[in-house]
Design a protein around this ligand. Structure first.
Ligand code: DGT
Ligand code: CA
Ligand code: CA
Ligand code: ZN
Length: 588
């Protein structure tokens, strides 16, 4: 089992325990474990197998959770989960996918109203029965009705890229161990770095398709074979995920990889461009239309390209186009004019400007975060714990914040004690935009910060003009450097708040305020479209991990993919600058 699957299993346990009204500490222990595991870079199997540290050295994993992880690793099952599953009605899982409906609320709906499906829930809302249940009320009822549509949309049950990536990498590793496989590459939406992935597509070069397909069927994570032909097969893998495999020859490998990477729209446009040049493109290669016409079908040996993707693009007069841009928008026109942007890369990133510590809701101390950031090769970071409004996270008031900043001063001094410091730690804060307007810390405190992120966590259901006004007010505050996760959406879980993004971008451009691409795989906020719009307006983006643990620093690559899909270059991203460059940009 992958880390992501084990994290999902623990999250599931937490939901079910919470549904049953179990002890809050027990619920929290599973949630914390899920979070630790979800952001771990190393696989749990190797943590267990390796010398040095074991499972119980991980944050929040004691002997009991370690033995559950072992059970999952060894058998793929967790008896506790099976037990809980029997005790909780199946409809409860469906209901918990409605944004805003946690396990406790779902239990009330099931117990008091006998709700057993999303349809029954809609009906109960329409008939005004939900608002009468204790703890609900008319506003909640209206919100539920609005959010059910979100839960019912099949697009919202696709797997997050980060999770699909865990599965894809294991699968590719496995297939590369097949002696008959010459080249193994993942394609489809996974390769394009989409936010979510429907199924995984794999293209393999081999002269022995049978051996390759047999090897796939021996993958220990396979749960079913869905279909099998001469050169293609589909199986089901972890998390019910479908995996489509094509086996092709060396002459066709590039063409097949291009075709199965998609997107469909990109392929359609390439084909029509080929036709205009007397060519035809398909998954086997590029051929001359006249040769095809003469034979009535693709003639043997009539291929003009197909071995590599670059060959295929070249045959239609284009440079190679990065997969992240292949969405059938303007990428072919850009390629034609030689205007494809040199997309930002992970190695361009020099700093991470949004992260938390144990002072608020982070799991690791300031010192741990700094050490981990050095290990990631960063040359500067900003510590941005929550401001006081976020009471749930024990947000910092002025006194505690100033004390943390003293600690950072001392840390920077000690880092610089023996020559040039390996990293500089900026004194930051994630201030909250209050429901009534304004921020949760006074300007004279913010004036002393090196770096201020302003985010909106409360009052997310306010009307569009209120939300927009709160955000633009924060943008206009001269102490605010960046707006954190500007739309608040959580992929598959919570829609964005109703905000006039055009107005936000305009205000950011006018004031030189940055907008964040939050790299957390649940957020990826701003998304590609908004980030591209911000860039066009001359706004700089900041790609930040919002790490709540040392492991959380690893999600930067998810933010990079989103930025690449937005067509951003290193110059469009503020934290690719050196610290001196960043300071110049913010005028300090
Ligand atoms: P997904 O799996 O829903 O996240 O999205 P994709 O893009 O991976 O789509 P998928 O798995 O259905 O197909 C993989 C690629 O194969 C797709 O991006 C383009 C190509 N493809 C599939 N079906 C067609 C088709 O009918 N026409 C064309 N031109 N290309 C196709
Ligand atoms: Ca796919
Ligand atoms: Ca597919
Ligand atoms: Zn944060």
């Amino acid at each position: 089992m992958t880390n992501a699957q084990i994290a999902a299993a623990f999250d599931h346990v937490a939901d079910l325990l919470e549904y049953q009204g179990d002890n809050v500490f027990r619920v929290r222990a599973y949630r914390n474990a899920a979070r630790t595991i979800g952001s771990l870079v190393e696989s749990l199997a190797s943590v267990r197998g390796g010398s040095g540290r074991g499972l119980t050295d991980l944050d929040g994993i004691g002997a009991d959770l370690a033995s559950k992880i072992e059970s999952l690793l060894d058998t793929g099952r967790l008896p506790l989960l099976d037990e809980l599953h029997q005790q909780v009605p199946a409809a409860a899982f469906e209901l918990m996918r409605v944004p805003g409906l946690g396990p406790k609320k779902v239990k009330l709906l099931v117990d008091e109203l006998g709700i057993d499906s999303l349809e029954a829930l809609v009906l109960a809302c329409r008939e005004g029965r939900v608002e009468k249940v204790k703890g609900f009320g008319a506003k909640t009822q209206a919100a539920i009705l609005e959010n059910v549509g979100f839960a019912k949309d099949p697009a919202h049950s696709r797997i997050l890229w980060n999770e699909a990536d865990g599965i894809a990498r294991e699968l590719i590793d496995w297939m590369r161990r097949c002696p008959q496989a010459r080249q193994v590459e993942g394609a489809g939406s996974w390769r394009r770095g989409r936010e979510t992935v429907g199924d995984l597509d794999l293209v393999i070069e081999s002269d022995d398709a049978t051996a390759v397909m047999d090897h796939l069927e021996r993958w220990p994570e396979k749960t079913a074979v869905l279909q099998r032909g001469d050169t293609k097969t589909s199986i089901r893998g972890p998390r019910e995920m479908q995996i489509d495999l094509r086996v092709v020859t060396g002459e066709s490998f590039g063409a097949a990889l291009l075709y199965f990477t998609g997107s469909k729209e990109h392929n359609v446009r390439l084909r029509s461009r080929a036709r205009d040049r007397g060519l035809t493109i398909n998954e086997y290669g590029v051929q001359r239309l006249d040769a095809v016409a003469a034979e009535g079908r693709p003639a043997r040996g009539s291929c003009v390209a197909g071995r590599s993707e670059a060959d295929v693009y070249e045959a239609v007069g284009l440079p190679w186009i990065p997969p992240e841009l292949r969405e059938g928008t303007d990428e072919i026109a850009l390629a034609e004019r030689g205007d494809l942007p040199a997309l930002v890369e992970l190695t361009d990133i020099r700093g991470d400007l949004h992260m938390h510590t144990t002072a608020t809701d982070g799991e690791d101390t300031l010192g741990d975060m700094v050490r981990a950031a050095i290990d990631h090769g960063l040359s500067y970071i900003a510590i941005t714990d929550h401001g006081q409004r976020v009471t749930m996270a024990h947000g910092l008031d002025r006194t505690r914040l100033l004390r943390q900043w003293d600690e950072i001063d001392r840390l920077n001094e000690s880092l610089a004690a023996d020559g040039p410091p390996p990293i500089t730690v900026l004194k930051g804060i994630e201030v909250d935009m209050l429901e009534k307007g304004g921020l949760d810390l006074p300007d004279e405190v913010l004036a002393r910060a090196d770096w201020v992120v302003a985010s909106l966590h409360y009052g997310q259901n306010q009307p569009r003009d209120r939300i927009t006004a709160r955000i633009t007010e924060a943008i206009e505050n001269p102490h605010v450097h960046v707006i954190g996760h500007p739309t608040g959406r959580l992929i598959n879980r919570r829609p964005p708040y109703d905000v006039d993004m055009e107005a936000v971008i305009e205000a950011a451009a006018r004031t030189g305020t940055f907008l964040e691409i939050n790299a957390n795989p649940w957020r990826l906020d701003l998304d590609d479209k908004h980030a591209a719009a911000a860039k066009r307006a001359g706004v700089k983006l900041v790609i930040s991990t919002d790490a709540h643990s040392t492991g959380g620093l690893g999600v930067m690559r998810c933010g990079i993919l989103q930025a690449r899909r937005a067509g951003l270059r290193a110059a469009d991203v503020a934290n690719t600058r050196t610290l001196a460059g960043l300071r110049k940009l913010i005028g300090t």
